[in-house]
Design a protein around this ligand. Structure first.
Ligand code: TXA
Ligand code: MG
Length: 343
């Protein structure tokens, strides 16, 4: 059994901090997604995090600190770019990749010479950080391969009995994982889009490259049904297919598919067009923050045994937070997409 603690109770926050101080692990809320936290400077603790998640050990973890002043504990040098980004976006959904110090175990960085660091914007998480007194490694608190958890219930669904405690801080306000930017390359490089947008990064840093793994999103001329090049992530058991094009065309095309039990993941505004099908909405098409908040819960909601395929509607736009939503949904679809033909 995993203890369910409440972030609104100071004694529960203290209990979570005590677990971490004593070399244990616990799931904590952040503004992005729930993290599975443990002492980042203890290789044994970090091993327990990987084991609880079932995470491949070649995927490095993010180290969380309470403020920018703690960066030198884990980072060899703090470049001016990092200071500027911290001023603009910390605490917040931005992770910086910087040269690591040797005190950071290889297990955290998967042997890389860099470490990923962020200051989360969640009072309970930072209270635990201060009380624990050590930097906390925290990957998303899901079983490897599942969507990241945005509620304590998601964490329990994946990890009940595998971790001592989860601190319930309510639903995450951002809902997708942090933006990851590599500051050790010139120009800086966006590795993962998230709550801080590419446009916001460029406003502070000037030129920022986009890693091909991000930019390798759907090309506009991609042929229907082309096989995905990337491995699946964040995905329900049933295959996910993104259906692009006008909503009426998409609804007609989906209805024509010989699928035993299709589910449809769409924008709030589109529910009527798919009426009669197994529909799960994830937010408003015109409000990317709502889509980011709702996406992972919706992916979990469609993950039911009777569902044979998930047809998903994805923002066509890459501006701001839409880029992160597109990236996560396309990853869930293993980058498989079709464009519904016009009727
Ligand atoms: O919002 C978040 O970032 C959440 C919360 C809990 O803070 N954490 C999270 O962690 O999403 P995780 O482990 O699920 O994702 C960490 C990402 C992975 O894509 C990993 O490859 C990348 O950060 N990463 C970590 N260290 C890195 C490094 N040294 N160089 C490049 N990428 C790194
Ligand atoms: Mg993750």
């Amino acid at each position: 059994m995993t203890a369910l603690l409440h972030a609104s109770r100071p004694e529960d926050v203290a209990a979570a901090a005590a677990i971490l101080r004593d070399g244990g692990i616990a799931a904590l809320p952040t503004e992005t997604v729930y993290g599975l936290a443990g002492n980042a400077l203890d290789a044994g603790v970090v091993g327990a995090i990987y084991a609880a998640k079932g995470r491949p050990s070649d995927n490095p973890l993010i180290v969380h600190v309470a403020s920018v002043d703690d960066l030198p504990r884990v980072v060899r040098e703090v470049p001016a770019t990092a200071r500027a980004l911290a001023d603009a976006f910390w605490p917040g959904p931005l992770t910086m990749v910087l040269p690591r110090r040797d005190v950071v175990p290889d297990r955290v960085t998967a042997g890389l010479d860099t470490v990923a660091v962020r200051v989360p914007d969640h009072e309970a998480f930072r209270a635990v950080l201060r009380a624990a007194g050590v930097p906390l490694a925290a990957p998303s608190a899901n079983r490897a391969g599942s969507p990241s958890p945005t509620t304590a219930q998601h964490v329990l669904h994946d990890l009940d009995g595998r971790i001592p405690a989860v601190l319930d801080g309510g639903p995450c306000t951002v809902g997708v994982e942090s933006t990851v930017v590599d500051l050790t390359s010139t120009p800086p490089r966006l590795l993962r889009p998230g709550g801080v947008s590419l446009e916001q990064l460029r406003a502070v840093l000037g030129e920022v490259d986009v890693d091909p793994a991000v930019a390798g999103e759907l090309a506009p001329d991609q042929t229907p049904g082309s096989p995905g090049m990337k491995y699946r992530h964040y995905a329900p058991a049933a295959p996910v297919l993104v259906v692009e094009g006008d909503v009426a065309d998409a609804a007609a095309w989906v209805r024509a598919q010989p699928e035993r039990h299709p589910a449809v993941l769409c924008f709030d505004e589109e529910a009527d067009a798919f009426a009669g099908l197994d529909v799960v909405t994830y937010g408003s098409a015109t409000d990317p923050a709502s889509l980011a908040r709702g996406l992972f819960d919706a992916l979990r909601t469609v993950d039911r045994p009777e569902v044979t395929r998930v047809f998903a509607r994805c923002p066509a736009d890459d501006a701001g937070l839409y880029r992160a939503v597109r990236n996560r949904l396309l990853k869930a679809a293993a980058f498989r997409a079709v464009r519904a033909p016009g009727r």
